[in-house]
Design a protein around this ligand. Structure first.
Ligand code: F0G
Length: 402
């Protein structure tokens, strides 16, 4: 048993109602469960391989899901990187190893399954890229049309390629992500398309399984600190909800501190946190090399700030240079290839350790949200180019040894 509940005025809506925000007060909605009849223990999860659907009992989908092996991503223990940053124990949960190369697949397997359950005929989203790539594959698997609105010229190549190849209708909007989101919300309201941005509370239910998996992978322990990039602010909300639910079900003993990282040129949540505010003032011209989180008016900001305040967490910004340095450290010290937005979590961790906001004996999990191959153009700009040489042993030797 579950319903859709407004986080502001507590109005409740049935699972079948197509509402994205509260019709009464425009507040954000959250899926709330009545688990009074649910008896669940750690034993129920033993021996089952990790995946989003391992936790089906805690997800709001009744039908056979539209699924393609999402979740079950590795949690790497990163010793060389931890040493460089100056902490004892650090893990990276590499969400770039999902089917389309980002965590969005967790949300979309639930969201598109729900779309079918609700009888929706077309699904749509605005995106900085990854959401559109993910919606494209789940729409293809479900056999329903997909419409995606992207900010023209500001989406990494790998992501556009995915949306195109999987058959989505791809529109390039002459505007930024915030403009695209406004437009797609209008389109969905007017045309009856199902909106699968993270304002849709069902999508976030899939993403909460990141928290479930981390607890599962750490033997039902939770880390002290959870650090992740924040863009439209859905994922931090979802992961906090997952940790809260495991705690409330008695599966874990505490909830980690949630730490959101944004890029300096695009950090409305950080600004709000630093001024002790419950909501943001939008940033009008967001800019960063981390195009995935180039968002000035995050739709889930109120939920994200609640997650941060309730968990005793914080929000911090990092520069593009810090992001690229962290991206190279992940790649070269740990063999973990990520896109720039993902590296902001590690850049943020480094900054917070340097500032003394995270202590060296605290256990930290950083989420890396998207794969390196999403944004090959950024890599071409940031790394030394391949050295072209004649096809002779001598010129190869010269190039290797100088
Ligand atoms: N990291 C990556 C790689 C992303 O693609 C996104 C969001 C985030 C972090 C931030 O997550 O929005 O839940 O706070 N990408 C969205 C998209 C906006 O359209 O693909 P968030």
């Amino acid at each position: 048993m579950y319903s859709q509940k407004c986080i502001q005025c507590n109005a409740e809506y049935t699972p079948q109602e197509i509402v994205y925000t509260c019709p009464k007060c425009d507040g954000l909605l959250e899926i709330v469960y009545d688990w009074s009849d649910l008896s669940i223990s750690r034993k129920d999860f033993e021996g089952i391989p990790l995946s989003v659907w391992k936790y089906k009992a805690l997800l709001p989908v009744e039908r056979e899901p539209v699924s393609t092996n999402e979740g079950g991503t590795p949690l790497y223990k990163c010793s060389p990187l931890a040493q460089k940053i100056g902490i004892d124990t650090m893990y990276v949960k590499h969400e770039g190893l999902n089917p389309t190369g980002s965590f969005k697949d967790r949300g979309m397997t639930v969201g598109v399954s729900k779309a079918l359950e609700l009888g929706m005929k077309t699904v749509a989203c605005a995106s900085t890229g990854n959401t559109s790539a993910s919606l494209a594959i789940y729409g293809a698997k479900a056999g329903i049309p997909v419409v995606v609105l992207l900010p023209a010229g500001k989406v990494a190549m790998g992501k556009v390629a995915q949306a195109m190849m999987h058959g989505a209708k791809v529109l390039s909007i002459r505007g930024n992500f915030d403009d695209a989101l406004k437009l797609v919300r209008e389109l969905c309201d007017n045309e009856g398309f199902y909106l699968l941005n993270s304002v849709n509370p069902y999508r976030l239910e899939g993403q909460k399984t990141i928290a479930f998996e981390i607890a599962d992978q750490l033997g039902w322990e939770v880390p002290d600190k959870l650090v992740l990039p924040v863009g439209n602010a859905g994922n931090i909300t979802a992961i906090y909800k997952g940790f809260r639910e495991f705690y409330e079900l008695g599966l874990t003993e505490r909830i980690p501190t949630m730490i959101g990282i944004q890029a300096e040129g695009s950090c409305p949540v950080v600004n709000a946190f630093k001024q002790d505010q419950k909501d943001i003032v939008p940033v009008t011209n967001p800019e960063t090399i981390a195009t995935a989180i180039r968002i000035g008016d995050p739709v889930n900001a109120v939920k994200a700030l609640r997650a941060i305040y309730q968990s005793g967490g914080l929000a911090e910004s990092v520069s593009d240079d810090e992001i690229v340095a962290a991206q190279k450290d992940l790649a070269r010290l740990e063999g973990i290839g990520v896109e720039p937005a993902s590296a902001s979590s590690v850049a943020g961790l480094k900054k917070l350790v340097d500032m003394g906001a995270i202590q060296s004996d605290e256990t930290v999990v950083c989420i890396t949200t998207g794969h390196l191959l999403k944004d090959p153009e950024e890599v071409m700009d940031m790394c030394e180019s391949p050295i072209e040489v004649d096809a002779t042993a001598e010129s190869v030797r010269k190039a290797v040894f100088g």
